[in-house]
Write a protein that binds this ligand. Sequence first.
Ligand code: IMP
Ligand code: MG
Length: 178
Amino acid sequence: MRYRLGRTLIPAPEIQARVRELAGVISRDYAHRDLLLICVLKGAAIFWGDLCRALRVPSQSDFVAMESYGDSTSPLEEPRFTKAADVSLSGRDILIVEDIIDTGHTSVRLRELLYAAGPRSLAMCALLDKAERRQVVTPIEYSGFVIPNAFVVGYGLDFDQQYRHLSHIAVLESLPED
Ligand code: IMP
Ligand code: MG
């Protein structure tokens, strides 16, 4: 299959406006708390960069990376961290910063792993929510946009490590074989 960049789903100015709104709500909710942003590499890196700079409360940040589920979602093969957090999570107010919640499996597992480290609170901030695709229930306390069931790229999200640099979110189109 060949692919190409397709139509714009969310233009850059809309993303920027929504990130500012989310940062406003998070700043209100986390005033006088001990906010630790956990950015999930690699897809959330650009979102994290804009979000943390728009916050009006102090925050610390750390980074994790997860093994991917691929196509198998067997509970016998729970994905682990390929990079765990460096700082202690115990007693912290953790806000996970994610690019997209699709089936929900990564989020469920990530919450389990982080919860085991004993934070005071744990919440999810995801830029995109592909709600139609959900297979397991997982809360998204701060959600940027609910999007339809399409493969999207840009603003950190990739296809084969491409397109992360785009300032907007676009649909990846598959081309017919010739
Ligand atoms: P899950 O299905 O909710 O476990 O999502 C797992 C991961 O798949 C997300 O964190 C993304 O990294 C990736 N993913 C899911 N949908 C898309 C997409 O449309 N574009 C790019 N990456 C995606
Ligand atoms: Mg991800």
